[in-house]
Design a protein around this ligand. Structure first.
Ligand code: HEC
Length: 107
């Protein structure tokens, strides 16, 4: 998992360019520390959807940040299939928003 998280951070960094390298690595590490990367990867489906696919789906949706930040904490299904995302009660509302903002900003 650690290797996968590093690779994910590296891929994000390569795509975003050198200036964003440190930020991208820090945000990916934060997501890993909150267990998100147990089920998600940046650009491939694992248990949950690829985070880049999530970003693509909601790019035109200004309400997505708040809605998804709530869903991450409460869990749910139906947007990507029948598999449930369990509630991630280990993240605070602010942390959830930070994580979702990172996800939605992926290109
Ligand atoms: C046990 C596996 C698991 C974990 C851990 C997990 N997720 Fe998910 N996640 C899923 C699944 C499955 C879905 C698809 C749910 C659906 O179809 O609505 C999902 C969907 C999502 C979505 C898109 C929701 C939507 O309505 O489109 C976001 C954003 C997301 N996860 C972020 C996170 C973040 C951030 C974390 C860490 C705090 C996290 N996930 C942890 C399994 C997981």
């Amino acid at each position: 998992m650690q290797v996968a998280a590093r690779l994910a951070a590296l891929c994000a960094a390569l795509l975003l360019g050198p200036q964003a390298w440190a930020d991208a690595a820090a945000e990916a590490a934060f997501a890993k520390s909150k267990n998100c990367l147990a089920c998600h990867a940046i650009d491939k489906k694992v248990v949950g959807p690829a985070f880049k696919a999530v970003a693509d789906k909601y790019r035109q949706d200004p309400a997505a940040l708040d809605r998804l930040a709530l869903k991450v904490r409460q869990g749910g299904n139906g947007a990507w299939g029948v598999v449930y995302m369990p509630a991630n009660a280990q993240v605070s509302p602010a942390e959830s928003k930070r994580l979702v903002a990172w996800v939605l900003g992926l290109k």
